[in-house]
Each structure stands twice: as C-alpha cells, then as structure tokens.
Design a protein around this ligand. Sequence first.
Ligand code: 5GP
Ligand code: MN
Length: 653
Amino acid sequence: WAHTHIQCWHTHSLWALVYTQHPIWAGYDIHSWALRYVENTNTMACYNELLQLERGEVLAQFKLRACNAIFTALEQSQEAIEITNEDQVIQYVNPAYESIMGYQQGELIGKEITEVPKSEKNKPDLLETINSCIRKGKEWQGIYYAKKKNGDSVQQNVKITPVIGQGGKIRHYVSIHRPLHDQNKVRDIQSSKHKDRRKGSLDVRSTTSRGSDGSSQRRHSSMARIHSMTIEAPITKVINIINAAQESSPMPVAELYSPQLGTKEEDPHTNDLVGGLMTVKVGGRGRPWGSIDPHLPSHLAMPLSLNDIPPHVAQTMENEDSWDFDIFNLETACLKRPLTYLGLKIFSRFGVCEFLSCPEATLRSWLQGIEANYHSTNSYHNSSHAADVLHATSYFLCKERVKQSLEQIDEVAALIAATVHDVDHPGRTNSFLCNAGSELAILYNDTAVLESHHAALAFQITTRDDKCNIFKNMERNEYRTLRQAIIDMVLATEMTKHFEHVNKFVNSINKPLAALEENGGIGDEESVKGILTSPDNRILVKRMLIKCADISNPCRPLELCIEWAGRISEEYFAQTDEEKRQSLPVVMPVFDRNTCSIPKSQISFIDYFITDMFDAWDAFADLPNLMQHLDNNFKYWKGLDERKLHSLRPPPE
Ligand code: 5GP
Ligand code: MN
C-alpha cells in the first residue's frame, strides 16, 4: 500500500512541474499543493522522468489504475485522512477530512501542522508524545481532540503512520481520524470485532450502513467528476503534452532516456545490437546454463608484489598512465593474467591499500582471486577486458573535472568496480542466458542477469575468505557507502540502461554546466562546484565513467580498436553458433561468422552507442585524443565498408 501510495505522489510531483510550466494549463485552478511537490527543479530531468513513466510504468496501464484506485479509496473513505511530508507540512486531506473538520483543502495544504489551531482539551504534553513516537518511525494510535475550523473540539480516534521512503527515511506521515462521537459506529466496530474475530474487514458493516446515507451519495457523484478531472486526466494530459512537445518544441525534448526505437533502426546491425544488448528476446526452451562455482585464488597463488613483478612484465606497464598504453603487450608478457599486475600498479598509484587500511598481500590475493574467476576461454570477456576497463577508468579518474567531482572513496569504488565488473562472464549475452533458461537468469528473474551476478559474486569472493578480504579493516559505514557505490557502478554497465544513464548525465551535469558558462564567462566557481559535487551528480559521473571505460574500445588507437573488434565479433559468432546448435532463438543474426560484415557492425555500434556518449563525456572531461582516435577508427571502418569488405583488415596488397 505504501509503495503504490508513494508512486502515486511521485506521479503528482512530476505532473506539478509540467502543470505549472506549460501554457496548456493556464486558466486551470492550480492547487497550491501541486506546486509543493516539485522534486526536481530541472525541467529536462522532469521531462525525462515523465517520458520514462510514459514509456515504462505508465504504459503498464494497471499501475496507473492502481494509482487512481488508491485515490478513489482515499476520496471515498469515510475516515478523515491527512498526509504530511516529513516536515509535517500538510500535503493532502481527503473530502471526509474537509467535511468533519470544516476546512477546505486549499486552506490546509502547504501549511505546517503547527500552524493549524489545536484544541485546548488535550493533555499539554500529548503532542510531544505523539511527535517523539512517530519521528522514530513508529505508529501512534490514541484519542485526540481536534479543533474544527469553527472552533469546536471533536474527540477522535487517531492513528498516525510514518511512511518510509527510499533510503529508509521517513517521507510522509499518514493520519487517519475517526470521530468518537459517532457512537453507533464505535459500537458497530466493537460488536463486529467480538462477533467474528476471523473477519479481517471490521468496517464492512459500518461502511455499508453509511453508504445509504444521502450525503455520501452526493459526494460519490461529485467525486466521480473530480476524478475525471484531477486524477485520470492529468497524467493522460501530461503524456499528450510530452508528445506535443516532442513534435513542436524547439527544446530538445527528444533527448530523452530512450531513443525513438523504430525510427533509426532500418539497419540490421543496429537492430541486432539493440535486440541483442538492450532487450530480452524471449522464446526457446529451458536449459540449465552456467553454475556459480567461483574459483579459489589458490589456483594461482604465486608470490607476487609490486617489487617482484618480473622486469619484462614491469616494462610493458611503464606507460600505463597513457591512453595509448598497449594492453595486449602486457597480456602476452604475463601469460594472460594482466589484471593482477595492472591492478597492483594502478591501485598502488591511487593509494587504495592505504584508503582501505588493507595490507598489500591482501590486495594481491584479492586481485588473483578476482582474475581467476574471469574466463580465459572467452575471446572478449576475459580478464584482459577487465584490465582494459580498469586502465580506462584510472585514466578518466585523472581528468581535472573528474577529480573536482569525485572524492577518494569514489575513486576507490570506481577502480574496484572496473576490476570486478564482468567477473565470471560466460561469454554469452543476457538475452542468451534468458532464452536458455540458465540458472543465473532464473536466479535474477531475467533482469540485469549478468551485471547482478558480477556484483554479487565479486562480494562473495571478497568476503568469504579473510585472506583476500580487502574490506576487512574498514569502518562499517564507510564500507556500506563503498559497497553501494561499487554495486551501482557495476549495474550501470548494463546496456538496457545505456540511454538513461547518458541522458541523465547530459541533463543534470553537462547542460547546467554549459548554462553557467554561457551566463558569466567561466561560470562562478561555487555554482560549478555545486553541480560537480552534489551526491546525486557524483553518482551520475561515476556511472558515466565506468560506462565509457567499458566500451571505450572504439576510442583506442586503431590497432587496439581492431583487435577488440575482432574479439567481440568472435564471441558473438560463438554465441550464434551455439544458439543454432541448441535451437535457441538467434538473438543477433547479423553476427553469423559466415555472413557478418565486421566493419558494418562497428559502424553501427559507434553510431548507435558510442558517438553521443563520448561527445558528452568529452564535453565534461576533455578527451581530445580519444575523440581523434574515434574519428580515425570510424573512418577506417567506413573505408572498409565502402570497399564492401567484411573483414577486420583489408587483404594484403
Ligand atoms: P560489458 O559486458 O563489457 O560490461 O558491456 C559492454 C557491452 O557492449 C557488451 O555487451 C559488449 O558485448 C558490447 N560491446 C562492447 N564493445 C563492442 C563492440 O565493439 N561492438 C559491439 N557490437 N558490441 C560491443
Ligand atoms: Mn565490460
């Protein structure tokens, strides 16, 4: 109940913003309460939220109906109901409240409870008792004298329930008042309680008896009218407004969480990418696939520390702080275990052990344990990819804007998240796992299956053995914060949320920063800092950072870019082969080794996912060398495609 209830208010908050800003609403009587619900002052962010609602939840009409149903319940209730926010500012009263107390909604909404006159008949310390109880998150129930607008006091049976929202904080208080002078009703309730204890619905009788009363029937018809105006209509209108705005507005309303699927996807490569990476195609029969059997770090427990890295390996890492660092040299030099070596070097550069109060030996065992759980048999999703993402992450963390935005705990979270973000990847996509009815897909309900597994397994590996528990010496609260950040980043690598993350970043960070710069030259330092360091925005920066690091292959020097393209293609080909063998749905038919044009697939990948994201990331972090490589690589693939070549490289002359 509370959940639906919150959603319902949430919808109203978004509505409020559009409501007040769009000319269509001019002339409507805007309730002051609507204005109090603006949770986000950024119009674009609200448009985005709304579009998200339209495309997702609102499309699932039943949710909307549930919302209406709850409002109907509130409006029809014979008990007076009042809802306040956490600061006890009144946000809603129902019609029963109005009629019992003699107030109009508009007179109460927006007022603090303390501003509403109180009856002198209550014991002096009653309010304090109530407050101290509900502020602890506990329900309070008891007898209370309320003062009507006309000054009369009414004795009421009151129940006040704190409503807990996201993050465990109290977001609302719901008070339900039942006048005690209605003796019939009290008797009614008590008798039914005694007569039939098994019956949960104590109120059935009293409700029906009052239902025959003429005044409530009148209310019923006027309620129906109000419903059609204020409950069903706004959200439908909001959807229409968005659609209209998308067509006519010069504002970039089209830059929303999800692109208009179905307009751009004439190209089969893009289609398959979208189908294969962003949606779950269902079909096929169940086949258990993959089991969680994490390898123990002892598999490769060779002595290793920064000091005893073999010289030829150390040499390949000399320029690891450069974007052009060649990870494949390292991969060859260290016999396909680049993550441990590069991890040791990069983690030490960022002071991770000091931050975690963790001995270097523990970090070493941890890196080995994580790396052992990457599949060296995958052509793409092996520990070299993790090392590559770690490398890109560490590179981005050194950019000035990123440093201004993040704190050390964020940096540590980012480095750890990059290291673990694909651990135990089976070399198959989420769609495949769902279609095959794999154990992981069953475990995670076909939702962010791999990403959930990477994050969960990473913490299992880390915490099941003290020897590699890098978090062991952390203070509890700091650990919670770090863990939350790591999980959030790993889950952000899920491609179904790609456009959501990119657009949130652009709208909440790039656009406000650009606006500041336009207004006053470089923008005033304090406001810039405010944007960069707000906790919400730091989350968006971290998500964008790991996403960009994860799919930065097309921004690497040409030779590296070609190698990665070969590896991802091979992994997809292997999946298609297996899908055919197993008679599973082929989720990305263009990735057929007999027919695939790799240049075309890269062009589509860059067009669809990479260009906009890196434009945004470059605007923020300033990455001219990456953009240069991207441009160069794109031209390379175009060149091959124009020659109708399907291969990674042109044939030798
Ligand atoms: P990851 O699984 O590596 O965390 O998330 C990145 C996603 O992007 C993966 O699903 C991967 O298959 C996909 N990806 C990365 N690089 C390329 C590429 O060059 N081409 C295509 N088609 N997909 C890629
Ligand atoms: Mn990855």
